[in-house]
Design a protein around this ligand. Structure first.
Ligand SMILES: Cc1cc2nc3c(=O)[nH]c(=O)nc-3n(C[C@H](O)[C@H](O)[C@H](O)COP(=O)(O)OP(=O)(O)OC[C@H]3O[C@@H](n4cnc5c(N)ncnc54)[C@H](O)[C@@H]3O)c2cc1C
Length: 388
C-alpha cells in the first residue's frame, strides 16, 4: 500500500512555508495548519528585521543559518517583489560607562563574518543627529522586511509547485508503522480525518514538542540518545512612536548594549532577548521593543496577542534614553510576540534544533533569527532528508 503523500509538513509559519516552497515539484506534499490561514503566530509577531548574524555563538546553527539566510532572503525579495529596506543597524552605547559591554558586542560582531565597521563620534553625529550616542558600530547588511509579503510569496511558490494546503486542521495524532506515518487531524467543525505520509516535518513552532511527544520521544533530554525538545516561552511586547518628527529624524535601526553587563551573550541567555531597542517599520514608524518576560506556566499556556498597555511606563523610560523630549502621548501599544527557546540543560547555548530521525524532522527553538534564516533552514532540512 502506498502512502497518501510523500511529505507532510506541520505548521504554516515561515519555516513550514519555506520548506514547502523549496521541495521539488516531483514530491507530493501537504502542509497542515491549525489556524484559518498561514503565518498567524510568531511569523507575523516579530520585529521584521533581516538580521546580519552578529550576536550568535560562532558556528552555531543560529550564526551560520543567519549569515546564509541573510543573503538568501534579499535575493528572494528581489526575485518575488517582496518589500524590504536594507536600512542598516547601529549597535551603540548610549552612555560613556557602557564601554565594556560595547567592546564585547563589537568583538562578537567583528568575529561573526558579517559586514560591520566601527563608526567615529563625528560620523555617528552625521548618521543619527537626533540621538546622543557615546560609541557605535554599523551592521550594513541588516534590513527590514514585509513579513506578510514574504509569507505570501512563499505560499505562492509552494502552491505553484502543487503543494496542498490544509488550513483549520489541528494535528492531534501522529504515529508510525513499518511503512509510513499516520496523521490524524481535527478540523474547525470537529470532524476527524486521517492520512499517511512517508516523511513528516514538524515545523509547528510553539506546538512542536507536543507533536514529538505523540511519537513517543522523551522531551526532557534525560535520555542521552535524544536532544532536549522541551521549549521555554519568552514574551516580547512592542510600543510604537507616533510622533512623526521623531520618526523622521531616525535613519537606522538602533540597538543599545545593555546596562551594567559585561558579556552580551550571557545577558541574552539570561533575559531571553536583546532588551528594548529601536527598529523602524517599512512605513517609517519607530517601534520600541521587544522587551523580555519569561513565561513560567508552559503546558497549558494560551497565547494572548493583545498588548494590555500595562508596560507603557517601562517603554516611556526606555524611549527617553533615546529621545529625552519624548512625551507619553507619543507612544501607542503595538504587537506582542512569544519567543520559543529550547530548554537547554547545564547552561548550554540555546541553539536552533534541526533533528532528523527515520523520516521524521523536528524543528525546535526556532526563535530569532528564524525569519531571516528561514530559507537556509529549509535548505538544511531538505539536505538532511536527501530530498532534492
Ligand atoms: C518577539 C519576536 C521578535 C522576533 N524578531 C525577529 C526578527 O526581527 N528577525 C528574525 O529573523 N526573526 C525574528 N523572530 C523569530 C521569528 O519570528 C521566528 O523564528 C519564526 O517566525 C518562526 O517561524 P515558525 O514557522 O517556526 O513558527 P510559527 O510562525 O509560530 O509557525 C508555527 C505554525 O505551526 C502551527 N501549529 C502548531 N501546532 C500545530 C498543530 N498541532 N497542528 C497544525 N498546526 C500547528 C501554528 O498555528 C503556527 O502557524 C522574532 C520572534 C519573536 C517572538
Amino acid at each position: 500500500m502506498q502512502s497518501d503523500f510523500d511529505i507532510a509538513i506541520i505548521g504554516a509559519g515561515v519555516i513550514g512555508l519555506s520548506i514547502a516552497a523549496k521541495i521539488p515539484k516531483k514530491f507530493s506534499v501537504i502542509i497542515i495548519e491549525k489556524n484559518r490561514t498561514y503565518g498567524l503566530e510568531s511569523s507575523t509577531h516579530n520585529s521584521e528585521v533581516i538580521h546580519a548574524g552578529i550576536y550568535y555563538k560562532i558556528d552555531s546553527l543560529k550564526h551560520k543559518l543567519c549569515l546564509n539566510g541573510n543573503a538568501m532572503i534579499y535575493d528572494w525579495c528581489e526575485k518575488y517583489g517582496v518589500h524590504y529596506n536594507k536600512i542598516g543597524k547601529l549597535v551603540v552605547s548610549l552612555h560613556d560607562n557602557e564601554s565594556e559591554t560595547f567592546e564585547n558586542a563589537w568583538e562578537l560582531a567583528s568575529k561573526s563574518g558579517a559586514n560591520v565597521r566601527r563608526i567615529s563620534k563625528n560620523e555617528l553625529r552625521k548618521l543619527e543627529p537626533s540621538v546622543n550616542i557615546a560609541a557605535g558600530f554599523l551592521s550594513s547588511n541588516t534590513g527590514i522586511i514585509d513579513s506578510v509579503g514574504f509569507l505570501k510569496s512563499l505560499e505562492f511558490v509552494a502552491k505553484n509547485n502543487g503543494v496542498n494546503f490544509g488550513f483549520n486542521n489541528n494535528l492531534q495524532e501522529l504515529n508510525r508503522n513499518s511503512k509510513f506515518f499516520k496523521l490524524g487531524v481535527i478540523d474547525d467543525d470537529g470532524s476527524a480525518t486521517e492520512f499517511t505520509a512517508d516523511i513528516v516535518i514538524n515545523a509547528a513552532g510553539h506546538g512542536s514538542p507536543n507533536i514529538t511527544r505523540m511519537l513517543g520521544y522523551p522531551l526532557d533530554g534525560s535520555n542521552n540518545n535524544f536532544p532536549v525538545f522541551e521549549q521555554r516561552i519568552n514574551k516580547g511586547v512592542y510600543f510604537d512612536i507616533i510622533n512623526s518628527k521623531i520618526n523622521n529624524a531616525v535613519h537606522h535601526l538602533i540597538y543599545p548594549v545593555p546596562k551594567n553587563q559585561k558579556l552580551m551573550q550571557n545577558y541574552i541567555d539570561k533575559v531571553g532577548g536583546l532588551g528594548i531597542h529601536l527598529t523602524k517599520t517599512l512605513d517609517g514608524i519607530i517601534r520600541l521593543g521587544p522587551d523580555t518576560e519569561w513565561i513560567k506556566q508552559r503546558s497549558s499556556f494560551s497565547f494572548d496577542y493583545q498588548n494590555s498597555d500595562n508596560k507603557l511606563m517601562n517603554f516611556f523610560n526606555a524611549g527617553k534614553e533615546f529621545f529625552p523630549d519624548l512625551k507619553i502621548d507619543d507612544l501607542v501599544p503595538s504587537h506582542v510576540g512569544y519567543r520559543t527557546k529550547i530548554n537547554v540543560l547545564n547552561e548550554e547555548y540555546s541553539d536552533f534544533l534541526i533533528w532528523v530521525h527515520n523520516g521524521y524532522v523536528h524543528l525546535g527553538g526556532i526563535e530569532s533569527p528564524g525569519l531571516t534564516a528561514s530559507l537556509a533552514i529549509a535548505d538544511k532540512t531538505l539536505k538532511l532528508l536527501n530530498v532534492s
